[in-house]
Design a protein around this ligand. Structure first.
Ligand code: PGA
Length: 251
């Protein structure tokens, strides 16, 4: 049985002061959650503060990116060691905004995924097609290339620590959610690719989140699909009650 995982990707939102207010709200809202893993991914600048605030809770900490390198002359980058010191457990890698605006490719995402796994951090690896891909009937081809590229050379055993997030780019921040059926189809397709790459057992154990305008109102239907194991939440993660509403929908 796969445990559902709902992660809040705060993106470039929340100063330290604002992060404190949000986390105080989340601690109250999520106090009685069982059976669902809740993760918050603040910007780097708020990680330390949020880490301290959630230390006595079940809420886990994630970052929104990580360097593929250990240390050294990489201006603006943040390493696995810096994250682990703050008790970060998850790292979002290959988000579509990083692919689009910062030209991150599957090659680099794969390097980061390998580094994260080697250092016992759990990558949340994002894949998803753009609107033009979907309209051209290329959804499966695009998603398959991203899955095979960003997860190349990962062993079946390592897959136990991997989470994949399927996020159709046309649904991110647009209010347009994929229907439960559209999402389920792609999730099932992704699980099939993983089975082909590393075997059925690892594929069956892999948690695949849906992301793209997930809200309390649509979360239960999405997460009731057989291959949807949680959500990666942007906009709705910036408000304690709405994030908690989504986490509760996974229970
Ligand atoms: P959204 O973002 O929930 O605001 O659509 C999801 C994401 O980008 O992870």
């Amino acid at each position: 049985m796969r445990k559902k995982i709902v992660a809040g990707n705060w993106k470039m939102n929340k100063t330290v002061g604002e992060a404190v207010a949000l986390v105080e709200g989340l601690k109250l809202e999520l106090a009685n959650v069982v059976g669902v893993e809740a993760v918050v991914c603040p910007p780097f600048t708020a990680l330390k503060t949020v880490s301290d605030l959630i230390a006595d809770t079940e809420i886990k900490l994630g970052s929104q990116n990580m360097s593929s390198e250990d240390d050294g002359a990489y201006t603006g980058e943040v390493s696995h060691g810096m994250l682990k010191e703050l008790f970060v457990k998850y790292v979002i890698l290959g988000h579509s905004e990083r692919r689009e605006y910062y030209k991150e490719t599957d090659y680099w995402i794969n390097k980061k995924v390998k580094k994260a796994l080697e250092k016992n951090l759990r990558p949340i690896v994002c894949v998803g097609e753009k609107l033009e891909d979907r309209e051209a009937g290329k959804t499966e081809a695009v998603v398959e290339a991203q899955v095979r590229g960003s997860l190349a050379d990962i062993t079946a055993e390592q897959f136990e620590d991997v989470v994949v997030a399927y996020e159709p780019v046309w649904a991110i921040g647009t209010g347009k959610t994929a229907t439960a059926e559209q999402a389920q189809d792609v999730h099932k397709f992704i699980r099939g690719i993983i089975a082909d790459m590393v075997g059925q057992e690892a594929a069956d154990g892999l948690r695949i989140q849906y992301g793209g305008s997930m809200k309390p109102a649509n979360a239960a239907e999405l997460m009731s699909q057989p291959d949807i194991d949680g959500g990666l939440i942007g906009g709705a993660a910036l408000d304690a009650a709405s994030f908690a509403g989504i986490v509760n929908a996974g229970m």
